[in-house]
Design a protein around this ligand. Structure first.
Ligand SMILES: *Cc1c(COP(=O)(O)O)cnc(C)c1O
Length: 387
């Protein structure tokens, strides 16, 4: 596949000769109205009706028992790991093929990641790889799962739904429960993605969403912890709001909490964005369909949703079997004003995680060397755009 053909195709789709970014937010009248309302009411900070409303919208959309809004996705993950009982010195199994936030949240719990390979079905954590890592390296005791060589407890497994494609959650849940390990889903990229009709982030013990500016919908900065039970949800809300015990004027905090509350002004954006989510999902699916048709019968493989799931197609991606071709696509499309990007460097290549425990990562390494992300902003595709 020639870079010039890709550039021409993307320009036709987006109907512009200007610079085409990877993913941009889009706001309408509602966003302005709701944000103005918070300013006029002075309720811009940590209390306000939009926070409650946004949490309720996410609860009814995802089907989780309780959703807790936070300042960003990283803080949502940090809180989720805290709530799952991860402690200083624990080990947490995750994928090396992820955005650094997943590992930063683990690190800041005082825990250490173990990197395991991803699955060709999803580009997310592979249940078989997790199980074989555990079989070779760990044992279950009454009090949990322990790593044989280091004696550390393996407390959680954190899969990430790469680019919105759901991981094999039934299989992962089965591995986690038989090894007595908590399951925390990094669903930062997968709002609108469903695993067998269940929303991603609601199958594990906890899930985390992100509403950063490049995600499918945005609150400027923001995140959400998805909780399985009302009880854990209320506790999650408590720890994200400094664990202050309600009282008309006394300050008493019964736990070392976080100040991770999403401000009302950001939640106002979130409420308006939830009203367009369904439309964005439809547009993104159409866009992915066009890419898929364009790359069909070429030497380049377009990544589609796993057959067991419905993906939000947050970020479109191709695999170029020839890595030299991949380098020229990255260079030439960017030079021509069409933004494309390689996938993140694998986590064990970063200085803070280079000594982390890890299993075989050969598929992650293959993806790292061959993947290209393509422009994915939702657009209204008209019927005269047929390619
Ligand atoms: C975006 C993202 C996060 C959270 O990011 P924030 O910028 O903190 O909202 C976490 N994990 C993954 C995989 C992400 O893509």
């Amino acid at each position: 596949m020639k870079s010039s053909a890709i550039v021409e195709f993307v320009r036709d789709v987006y109907q512009t000769q200007d610079f085409i970014p990877l993913h941009t937010p889009n706001f309408g009248v509602k966003e302005k109205d709701y944000v103005m309302e918070t300013i006029e009411s002075t309720f811009v900070s940590s209390v306000g009706k939009f926070v409650d409303q946004f949490e309720q919208q996410i609860e009814s959309y995802t089907g989780c028992a309780k959703a807790v809004a936070t300042v960003n996705g990283t803080s949502a993950l940090h809180t989720a790991l805290y709530m799952a009982g991860v402690e200083r010195g624990d080990l947490v199994i995750t994928q090396a093929l992820t955005f650094v936030a997943t590992c930063n949240a683990i690190y800041h719990m005082g825990a250490e990641p173990i990197f395991v390979d991803v699955s060709p079905a999803s580009l997310g954590l592979c249940p078989k790889a997790v199980e074989s890592y555990l079989l070779e390296n760990a044992e279950v005791r009454d009090v949990g799962c322990y790593h044989n060589a280091t004696g550390q407890r393996i407390k959680a497994v954190v899969p990430m739904h790469t680019f919105g494609h759901p991981v094999e959650l039934d299989e992962l849940s089965r591995v986690c429960s038989s090894w007595n390990i908590s399951l925390v889903e990094d669903a930062a990229e997968s709002l609108g993605s469903f695993y067998k009709n269940r929303h991603t982030g609601t199958i594990g013990d906890f899930g985390a969403l992100s509403f950063n500016g490049n995600k499918i919908i945005t609150t400027g900065g923001g995140g959400m912890v998805l909780c399985k039970t009302l009880e854990t949800g209320l506790h999650t809300k408590h720890v994200t709001t400094t664990a202050k015990v309600p009282h008309p004027y006394e300050f008493f905090h019964d736990e070392a909490g976080f100040n991770y509350r999403m401000p009302n002004i950001n939640a106002a954006l979130g409420c308006a964005q939830m009203e367009v989510l369904q439309d964005y999902l439809i547009q993104k699916r159409k866009l992915a369909g066009l890419y898929q048709a364009f790359f069909a019968n070429s030497d380049t493989h377009f990544i589609t949703e796993p057959d067991y799931a419905q993906s939000n197609y947050w970020l479109n991606a191709i695999i170029c079997p020839d890595s030299a071709v991949r380098e020229s696509i990255l260079k030439e499309t960017n030079a021509d004003g069409v933004m494309t990007r390689p996938i993140w460097k694998l986590m064990h290549r970063l200085p803070m995680f280079e000594h982390a425990l890890r299993g075989d990562l050969s598929y992650s390494e293959y993806i790292e060397a061959h993947l290209v992300n393509l422009p994915s902003t939702p657009i209204h595709l008209t019927s005269n755009q047929s390619f």
